[in-house]
Ligand binder design. Sequence first.
Ligand SMILES: [Zn+2]
Length: 376
Amino acid sequence: MQFSDVVGQEPLKNKLLSNLKSGKISHAQLFLGQSGYGGLPLALAYAQYVNCANPGETDSCGVCDSCQKMTSYEYPDLHFSFPVISKKPGSKPISLDYIAEWRKALKENPYMDYAQWMEIIEAENKQGNITAEECRDIIRKLSLKPMYDGYKILIVWLPEYLGKEGNILLKTLEEPSPNTLMILVSENEENILQTILSRTQIQRITSISNNDLEAALMHNQGNGKEKSGRVTHLADGNYNTALRLIDAEENNYTEDFITWMRACFRPDMAAVIKWGDAMATTGRESQKNFLLYGLGILRECLLQNQGLNVINHLLDSEKDFASRFSGFIGPENIEDFNEAFSTAHYHIERNANPKILFFNLSLSVNEFLQRYKKRN
Ligand SMILES: [Zn+2]
């Protein structure tokens, strides 16, 4: 991965590069920000740059032997730690157990979040962890002689899943062997041990600017300007969210959403159940994307309701529905929708029964709509 593959984040890229050029390489860094802002892609581009045989001013060369091995994530001195589950009940997992799945996931979407990774390794309702065994494996790997001349690099993705086991790594973080770099990539500072935080240099990663996000959706994903603009407007500077919204559009969620809202509004219980059964047959990622998409439409309805839709971001197929439905979405109930959809999203990640979940959510939607109708 090169810096040019990372969406936006130019100021941070420049800062990292200028630190490198001035020789100020901190051997333990923490990249902190939402997954969709690009912490992991930045760590990968950084690792590739420091070990590139012919680095340019702003990026690795992309073609030297080191860059090629870095691109396939098979560079022998590049190590990864990330949350995993046991492959067999009772066994103590280490990240290496899932290295093939990990490399494939990085090639497909390095902006993925924890829940997507858990789905890839089929964790179902099990909690992923970076285990004590993994910590000991890290120490062993970092104590080996490097295979190449460059840096030995360890990327720890989501150190918040280390728990107290992180204490095993303190000495390594404090005094790593020469030419060793450790990059921790985290979403949540609060869940990292204070002892780890105090031993790392923190780089805060902020949301991607709308211009950069829109440009990436057009160039990387081959979307048109109108669609890219619409998705950017809803994605809050998060590339992963943008990819989900594009998936939602491509899967044609509009019709499903309209059918569902109409059934909830009446309410037509037979239609609600039929709709929920169909939704239950789609995968969990798809169900989550659908909820995200639905919330986006409801927010647009609120803007219309308040007369604030200066720029209309909706698809033609959504406009007619939104203009009529906006009569039932106001400041009084939008928070209820937000909370109910977010809670449903949370329970889908934790393997809730989708038929029951969508049925209950439908009842809530009916209540929010009816309450608004009575009051207004
Ligand atoms: Zn190179």
